[in-house]
Design a protein around this ligand. Structure first.
Ligand SMILES: Nc1ncnc2c1ncn2[C@@H]1O[C@H](COP(=O)(O)OP(=O)(O)OP(=O)(O)O)[C@@H](O)[C@H]1O
Length: 309
């Protein structure tokens, strides 16, 4: 059995003239919650489509649960749960019928561990009646049903594309709790993408940052935040150009002070000394939350891409 639940090597996916995945080499260990972040168009959904066998790689390889993604058998697919952001479900079916169908499938297939309690718990946060047809549900209710079904399957690997988009705060919290529970109780590996850093901060064990189809960064969210630092600097006159200093991700002028976000400059002394040499009168440094840290990291990539263009 492969140690990696997902293993890609030099993976490329090209859509007519557009490189969505660019020589992506990525290995995710089994277990835990892996959160993918990246700007719009970074390639998150494209990666999921390749992993699920919906798109063949244009070059390189992709393996999921130790098997080539181009040759996933129905039995293997049964070990992988997937929820897409549109929450597509058969509209004509009643909620009860859909649940029974999934329940039967996942109990008989033996691939998963159907969990009634988890289904009921997640769905209880939505006003969904068993007799309603899927087509009659609101978008958020359909999302809730889809997530309840996916989490109740207890799949070995669960891939979720922006699962909480459009959910209210209570439903979102319930879903995150259930996701954590599935990861702990069933040992499911959960791979999901989101633009909501508060969520990722709360549940993710591993943060994966994609940029223009490439892997830019991977570690636990806390380790990532530990490497990003904000410096609030007072220059007596006009602030000098700081963007080209080593490790600088972002520079902003706010209320007469210069805010500099750096990566791997947390030893303090070296960077502070540089700022002082450049004429800084006062320097204060502080850690950043995940939201601002990721934002600075991604905006650095954006700026780099603009400069290269
Ligand atoms: N069917 C397609 N045909 C052509 N280009 C596509 C297609 N699907 C995606 N792309 C392009 O591939 C790139 C990656 O798209 P993808 O949907 O994977 O990004 P994403 O990271 O999921 O973005 P978002 O956060 O906006 O959902 C984008 O530049 C997108 O325009």
């Amino acid at each position: 059995m492969s140690d990696y639940v997902i293993d890609t090597d030099g993976l490329c996916l090209r859509y007519k003239g557009k490189l969505a995945l660019d020589r992506l080499s990525l290995r995710l260990p089994r277990g835990g919650i892996h959160a993918f972040v990246g700007a719009n168009g970074a390639g998150k959904s494209s990666l999921f489509r390749v992993l699920l066998g919906f798109e063949p790689p244009s070059a390189g390889s992709a393996r999921v649960l130790g098997h080539d993604c181009r040759r996933l058998t129905p039995a293997l697919r049964g070990r992988i749960g997937f929820v897409n952001e549109e929450h597509t479900l058969p509209g004509w079916m009643r909620v009860r019928e859909l649940m029974r169908m999934q329940q039967r499938h996942y109990t008989q297939a033996g691939g998963g561990l159907w969990n009634d309690a988890r289904y009921e718990e997640v769905l209880s946060h939505f006003n969904v009646l068993p007799d309603q047809r899927v087509v009659q549900l609101s978008r958020g209710e359909r999302a809730g049903l889809n997530l309840a079904l996916a989490l109740a399957q207890g799949p070995e690997l669960l891939i979720l594309d922006e699962p909480t988009l459009g959910l209210d705060v209570v439903a979102k919290r319930a879903f995150l709790e259930a996701m954590l529970q599935a990861s702990i109780d069933d040992g499911s590996t959960i791979v999901y993408c989101s633009h909501q850093m508060d969520e990722i901060e709360r549940v993710a064990d591993n943060l994966v940052i994609l940029e223009r189809g490439q892997l830019r960064y991977m570690s636990g969210p806390d380790d990532f935040c530990g490497r990003v630092q904000l410096w609030v600097v007072e220059f007596p006159f006009k602030a000098p150009e700081l963007r080209d200093l080593p490790g600088v991700l972002q520079v902003q002028q706010l209320d007469g002070l210069t805010h500099v976000v750096t990566f791997d400059q947390q030893d303090g002394a070296g960077f502070e000394a540089r700022l002082k040499l450049l004429g800084a009168r006062r320097v204060q440094s502080m850690p950043l939350g995940l939201d601002r840290a990721v934002n600075a990291f991604l905006s650095h990539g954006h700026a780099g891409a603009r400069r290269a263009a």
